[in-house]
Design a protein around this ligand. Structure first.
Ligand code: SF4
Ligand code: SF4
Length: 116
């Protein structure tokens, strides 16, 4: 079965906790990451008629899982959550079977699914 990490990035605050927790778990040196936060914006779209202020502004954080990620194999094999998921300050990260994670995507907010 394919395991994955699902992120509801509408709720990511850009706190970097997942990044730091992962670096500690993998023992990575400066400049290397198992998950790396990206930032888009802030910028304003040309005004669209009837759009709310929230829809006009882009300012998005999204952590991207890198090649160094092993899905916290040791931890998850013993029933623990991956470090990044456990330390997410906004509780917007999930770990599990990709098939089950897909079912969480409700169409109401923005999601990213990383698998391996
Ligand atoms: S699952 Fe583990 S190795 Fe992968 S990004 Fe999260 S903390 Fe890092
Ligand atoms: S820990 Fe959660 S809220 Fe913080 S940057 Fe990572 S995904 Fe976003």
């Amino acid at each position: 079965m394919t395991k994955g990490i699902l992120i509801n990035y509408d709720y990511c605050t850009g706190c970097h906790s997942c990044e730091v927790a992962c670096k500690k778990e993998l023992g990575l040196p400066k400049g290397e990451f198992g998950i790396k936060l990206t930032e888009t914006g802030p910028y304003e779209y040309s005004e669209k008629e009837g759009s709310s202020p929230k829809e006009r502004w882009e300012w998005t954080w999204l952590p991207v899982v890198t090649k160094a990620c092993d899905m916290c194999a040791e931890r998850t094999e013993s029933g623990k959550m991956p470090m990044c998921v456990q330390h997410c300050q906004a509780w917007c990260m999930y770990y599990g079977e990709a098939e089950d994670l897909v079912k969480k995507m409700d169409g109401g907010s923005r999601w990213a699914l990383f698998t391996r």
